[in-house]
Design a protein around this ligand. Structure first.
Ligand SMILES: [Zn+2]
Length: 509
């Protein structure tokens, strides 16, 4: 008996040694799954928050003029200079992407898929705009075929804009949310969404009674949360459109499913900012969500244009996030978000940037950066003391300036941190999901080539790459600069090759 146990032990030890030797001696390209692939090109990503490096933002970024990204079945396995890594991976199947800057995929922290068809509706502020355009359109998503066509068009637009992660507001009808997760799964995208809770200040047919909202949300959580790359966000649409009973249901769901995210709006337009606290008997807008235990890590509220300093401090302490949506805030005339106030290192608030499409009039996060830059500078006309010396605040004015480092961090690693997804996405660290974008610094309007050629023909340094990225933001200004979009190591979009249309075919995936 003893000797047979001994034999088994010896056999196990032998097998272990053989396996270990094979692992050490075999080149990584012969990994058991045989799925290692590489992308060679010029890479730019972030390893830290540039607002921590005021005056030396360059220290937050990482740049390889000739880099190699090694992927194992969609997960980043290795990343570094090509000259150092290539010999480690003989026989690696490498795709070269020349004359492009490759950044992590963009994170859109605040967007509404059922508004795809009413993008750019003319001339109204938030509440009348919702009534005239948005609620009637979102109600059409009760029809499954209409919803599916809209959702496909939405994802096509996202990918052609370089966006690989979205946090979306969903729809009051769970059937439309179900279609959203289904289409996201087909593309294997990292998404967050939920049934949108709305039971007043909207058409009766689009309102959902709190018990129904609770059971619909629960069903969708159980069906989709952490299935593939899908994540569920409990979604009280906005406190002004939610009764205390519905908000209580959100609190109940949050207690029952603490792993889920919470996504909502706060302090967007002055009228709702005044009225929401009255409806919920709170002293300010953020208090409406605190009252139901919703504000904490993985909580995001869109806009926050009219947040007080005290609300900003409470968000900071709670580890909650704001989504800055400058396209929407200017398109609907909501106001100017105080970027410099929420990036104060003493009370830094986690941030995502969002299109808020269709309140924002573009699918492009590059376009969001273009507008965010202008909002920052408009705020600075107040802070430089020239209007009223009492408002003079040079440090806050400095933080309002959206240079290339702050800008591209905010829609990649910063967006991931805002959503508490930085362990999964946001930069090219090994172990993360391989979502990335190849940006063309010569695309866009014809003036782009003239502008960029003054900087360099091809970036050799981090500083040159940052200058080209700022040109992409300020002159290119939108999805025209996106040449390729990759999701989990697979190219899902190539400019000129992938048709975007209202009804995309299956072959595009
Ligand atoms: Zn919104």
């Amino acid at each position: 008996m003893l000797s047979s146990v001994h034999k088994i032990k010896r056999l196990i030890a032998t097998v272990f040694i053989v396996l270990l030797s094979a692992a050490i001696l075999s080149p990584p390209s012969l990994a058991a799954d045989g799925k290692l692939t590489g992308v060679r090109g010029t890479f730019f990503d972030f390893i830290d928050d540039p607002w921590k490096h005021v005056g030396d933002e360059e220290a937050s970024a990482r740049f390889y003029a000739d880099g190699l990204l090694v992927m194992d079945n969609g997960i980043i396995k290795d990343f570094g200079p090509y000259s150092e890594l290539s010999s480690k991976y003989p026989g690696l199947e490498v795709t070269s992407i020349a004359n492009r800057i490759i950044t992590p995929g963009f994170v859109d922290g605040h967007v509404h898929f059922p508004q795809t068809r009413v993008l750019g509706a003319y001339g109204l502020q938030l509440l009348p705009w919702l009534e005239e355009w948005i609620f009637p359109e979102e109600m059409k998503y009760k029809d499954a075929a209409y919803a599916r066509e809209g959702v496909k068009h939405y994802f096509d637009n996202m990918l052609s804009a370089g966006t690989t992660t979205v946090q979306d507001f969903g729809n009051s009808y769970k059937s439309a949310v179900d279609i959203f997760f289904d289409e996201a799964s087909k593309r294997n995208m990292r998404v967050l969404c939920g049934v949108s809770g709305l039971d007043r200040s909207a058409p009766a047919d689009y309102c959902v009674a709190p018990p129904q909202f609770y059971s619909d949300s629960k069903e969708m959580i159980q069906k989709w949360h952490r299935k593939g790359r899908n994540l569920y966000a409990i979604t009280p649409r906005f406190a002004y459109g939610d009764s205390p009973e519905l908000m209580a249901m959100c609190g109940k769901l949050h207690k029952e499913f603490p792993d889920c995210w919470v996504n909502t709006h706060v302090s967007e337009n002055p009228t709702e900012t005044r009225n929401a606290p009255l409806e919920h008997k709170c002293s300010d807008y953020l208090g409406c969500y605190e009252k139901y235990g919703l504000v904490g890590p993985k909580f995001t509220a869109g806009h926050g244009v009219w947040l007080s300093d005290n609300e900003i401090e409470r968000l900071h302490k709670a580890g909650a996030a704001i989504s800055f949506c400058p396209n929407s805030n200017t398109f609907l005339g909501s106001g100017l978000f105080r970027l410099g106030a929420v990036t104060d290192p003493r009370k830094r608030v986690r941030l995502t940037f969002g299109t808020d499409m269709g309140g924002g009039n573009s699918f492009s996060m590059i376009n969001v950066l273009n507008q965010a830059y202008k909002v920052g500078l408009c705020n600075n006309t107040m802070l430089d003391g020239s209007v009223d010396p009492r408002w003079h605040d040079e440090a806050q004015a400095e933080r309002n300036k959206l240079n290339a480092y702050r800008a591209f961090y905010s829609i990649t690693l910063g967006g991931a941190e805002g959503l508490y997804l930085e362990k999964l996405i946001g930069n090219f660290n090994p172990g993360k999901e391989a979502d990335f974008v190849a940006l063309d610094w010569n695309a866009g309007p014809s003036s782009m080539r003239w502008h960029q050629s003054l900087i360099c023909q091809k970036p050799a340094t981090k500083k040159e790459a940052a200058q080209l990225l700022f040109g992409i933001l300020a002159v290119g200004g939108d999805e025209r600069c996106v040449d390729e979009t990759w999701v989990m190591g697979k190219r899902l979009y190539k400019k000129g090759l992938t048709e975007t249309s209202a009804v995309p075919g299956e072959e595009q995936r």
